[in-house]
Design a protein around this ligand. Sequence first.
Ligand SMILES: Nc1ncnc2c1ncn2[C@@H]1O[C@H](COP(=O)(O)OP(=O)(O)O)[C@@H](O)[C@H]1O
Ligand SMILES: [Mg+2]
Length: 356
Amino acid sequence: MTVPHQQADAEAGYLHAGARHGSSPNEVDARGSTGAGARDATKAEPALVVTQLTKRFGERIAFSQVSFKVDYGEVFGFLGPNGAGKTTIVRTLGTLIEPTSGSATVAGIPLSPENGVAIRQRISIMPESPGLYLRLTVTENLEYFAGLYGLHHPDARIKEALHAVHLGDRADDLCGGLSKGLRQRVGLARTLLSDPAIMFLDEPTSGLDPVAALEVHNLLIALRERGVTIFLTTHRLEEAEKLCDRVAILNTTLRTVGRPTDLRAQLFAKGLVVKTLAPLGDPAALFATVPSVDSWTSEVPGSYELSVSDVTQAAPELTRCLVAAGADVLSISELQHSLEDVYLELIDEDVEAAAR
Ligand SMILES: Nc1ncnc2c1ncn2[C@@H]1O[C@H](COP(=O)(O)OP(=O)(O)O)[C@@H](O)[C@H]1O
Ligand SMILES: [Mg+2]
């Protein structure tokens, strides 16, 4: 097969493996020439340290003053609407483009043009479109990329990567004949070839139907269980909630970082939901007798949302009061805010529209 030449990324003077060839992709990830990978990474240090990082394209700010850390073994989600700067962050940390200001350490190496090759030897990037040669088979594609990455014993790695994404039986199929979901899996296999210290996945389920997206989710869950460090961008809330240990919510600037459960607790008052068979006669009088209830609302007869200072204290107190008042209680449950509530609270504008 023909192996395209490497070409330079003129913008930053950074080298990356680019290729244009027949039905070839026009976006190929950045890799070095050897597969040093995760095995030599110093695990005591964080996998990523990003400090006040900013990228501007002329007048347009892609992201501004972004700071966060990611530990090895974490699945870290970057969540934000279209135009929030997610892809640009991946491209910047992946050494494809240079930041305008700020600093970062990627897999223990300071982000700088001189360190581009060393960083690319330790990471892998799956761009939004997996960038495969459609006229080559799955194995031929992986052989090509293994060659590009300078892997010494590619056959075993290719087999292992295909096995990890459950594509062993499609090894000889042409990529052009695969569904979008299967191509996405080949893209994931490609990012696994060199045993990277950090995998950057840019919207890995974008454009996939729910079944194909679920398969990719399951693969990512399996990788997470193996301790792979994953930096994932997504605009899907349920994806971030399901897959990520921590999420950062980005809308040009970083709005918040934390575990989904902590974010919910941080942003919203605690609450209880009481449902009764018949509406309460005098809910105001009843709830006033429970000290831990701060306030309450009712939009549907027989259903009450209560703000409480301490759920563990309020729930038993409330139960006793309701029973004493002769209420027919159907349920008392904790009010659960979803990550969507957090997200909507923090993402209050359409950046892409604002930028234009
Ligand atoms: N190469 C570029 N030149 C100019 N503007 C760009 C370039 N790449 C991205 N942008 C702009 O930066 C902003 C963030 O884009 P992007 O990182 O692609 O967002 P996301 O991936 O979150 O949808 C957008 O306003 C986009 O138009
Ligand atoms: Mg993007």
